[in-house]
Design a protein. Structure first.
Length: 188
């Protein structure tokens, strides 16, 4: 397979094997955990934390609705093409934190873990594609110096940027080549 021929593929056109070849990373070669272990850990965590999630969500002392309205600017900035007239804020003003907590209390905790378990096949497929990108990002991040506070801070920011680049690819916004370039640029 010629990597040059596949570099411009979008997320829905590329296989995990092609990604490994394009990025030059061996499957399960850099990360200390396999993609199967990541999925299994996620599933176990969701199942183990279902009751905790319900208790924490229902027992919050924060003003959920007020915090959501306060985050409207950030939300609109990210979703400006989707939200035209602040419809989210208008809908949020029509409810209260008590109503949200009542809805959480009326929902069995198993709904959370059952929903996550139902999405495992989709998650496995997504993580199989994401895994080579994460390996590549890890390789690039490991090459960055971390002797000084400034270098460690730069590496931390680069980790965030590599995650954003992977996210853009997974959403179909960029192709493999652009994702690889963004990861490389973040790790310079």
């Amino acid at each position: 397979m010629d990597p040059v021929m596949t570099e411009n593929k979008q997320v829905w056109d590329v296989t995990p094997e092609e990604l490994h070849e394009i990025l030059g990373v061996a499957p399960e070669g850099v990360l200390k955990v396999s993609e199967a272990e990541l999925v299994d850990d996620y599933a176990a965590g969701v199942s183990n934390n279902a009751e905790r999630w319900k208790k924490r969500t229902a027992g919050t002392r924060k003003d959920i609705i007020g915090l959501s309205i306060a985050a409207e600017g950030k939300y609109q900035n990210k979703m400006k093409d989707v939200i035209a007239n602040s419809t989210r804020a208008k809908a949020l003003k029509g409810t209260s934190t008590a109503e949200v907590i009542a809805a959480v209390n009326a929902t069995p905790a198993s709904t959370y873990s059952d929903g996550a378990a139902a999405r495992l096949p989709k998650l496995r497929k997504k993580w199989a594609l994401m895994y080579p990108l994460r390996e590549y990002a890890k390789q690039q991040l490991d090459l960055m110096p971390q002797d000084t506070d400034a270098q460690r801070e730069k590496k931390m920011i680069a980790a965030k940027r590599t995650n954003q680049a992977v996210g853009q690819f997974m959403k179909g916004v960029t192709d493999v080549s652009a994702c690889r370039t963004a990861i490389g640029a973040a790790c310079k």
